[in-house]
Ligand binder design. Structure first.
Ligand SMILES: C[S@@+](CC[C@H](N)C(=O)[O-])C[C@H]1O[C@@H](n2cnc3c(N)ncnc32)[C@H](O)[C@@H]1O
Length: 246
């Protein structure tokens, strides 16, 4: 199956990095706090981070007491930054696709992945391998783009707007047609994979996981005061986070 490595595209990489460096980006406001709220106590635990990117989370896991962290990513450019800016004796970074994690030695107490699975075509295959990589009672915690977002293909406008251009509601089409979507974000032809909520839930449970919690982050009053445009998330949460147990 195809494995895309869009983060090694120079234009995409620069655009993505600029967004992550911007104050008030969606990761900092919503996705990261939700992800970290799902973490168990990390003291003395081993953590495997799938699609670790710049390695910022890997360092945080060590700061929170993890004894060993392995971060894997398909992108050389992302790992270059990780090794330069977020190295630590307890962290090993490996250039490896999520689809091939059987190549990583050892089993882990926690497998975590932040915003990478919508780039992975074979979710079922990955979940099977993650189950095998976890110690008994281990946790699998991940975030991905919300299925309401991954269904979008650019064929119709994302929003219906009033005569003043204000967003009224989200347009949804082909939600139940799963599979590849091509979109434009800094560059053309970015491939993501859309799966319905039921598919995500059933893939986890049919492979032996118990789902403990799901989060679709929405803004607090404090966030809305600073970033009123985040009101949009009441129509359409951007992220989905799942905590599951082996
Ligand atoms: C949106 S970034 C998130 C990076 C990091 N997890 C974070 O939250 O800051 C997605 C990352 O997943 C990686 N990725 C995408 N598809 C992958 C695959 N099939 N195998 C491994 N890494 C992948 C990308 O290279 C990129 O670094």
């Amino acid at each position: 199956m195809a494995k895309q490595n869009i983060f090694d595209n120079e234009t995409f990489f620069e655009g993505y990095k600029a967004i992550r460096d911007r104050e008030g980006n969606a990761n900092d406001l919503f996705e990261i706090p939700a992800l970290f709220s799902l973490l168990p106590d990390l003291k003395g635990k081993s953590v495997l981070d799938l699609g670790c990117g710049f390695g910022e989370h890997c360092v945080e896991f060590v700061n929170k007491g993890a004894s060993k962290v392995v971060g894997i990513d398909i992108s050389e450019k992302m790992l270059e930054v990780a090794k330069k800016e977020n190295s630590n004796p307890a962290i090993t970074y490996i250039l490896l696709p999520i689809e091939d994690i059987e190549m990583v030695d050892d089993k882990f107490d926690i497998v975590i992945s932040s915003l990478a699975f919508h780039y992975v075509e074979d979710f079922d295959g990955a979940v099977k391998k993650i189950y095998d990589k976890l110690n008994t009672d281990g946790s699998f915690i991940f975030s991905q783009e919300n299925p309401i977002n991954t269904t979008y293909s650019g064929e119709i406008p994302r929003w219906t707007r009033d005569e003043n251009g204000q967003k009224i509601y989200v347009n949804l089409s082909n939600y139940a047609r799963e599979g590849e979507r091509e979109s434009e974000w800094f560059v053309d032809g970015i491939k993501k994979y859309h799966r319905m909520f039921s598919t995500i839930v059933n893939t986890l449970t049919e492979n032996g996981f118990i789902i403990e919690k799901m989060i679709e982050p929405i803004p607090t009053d404090e966030i809305l005061e600073r970033f009123p445009e985040q009101e949009d998330l009441f129509h359409k949460p951007d992220f989905l986070l799942v905590k599951a147990k082996k």
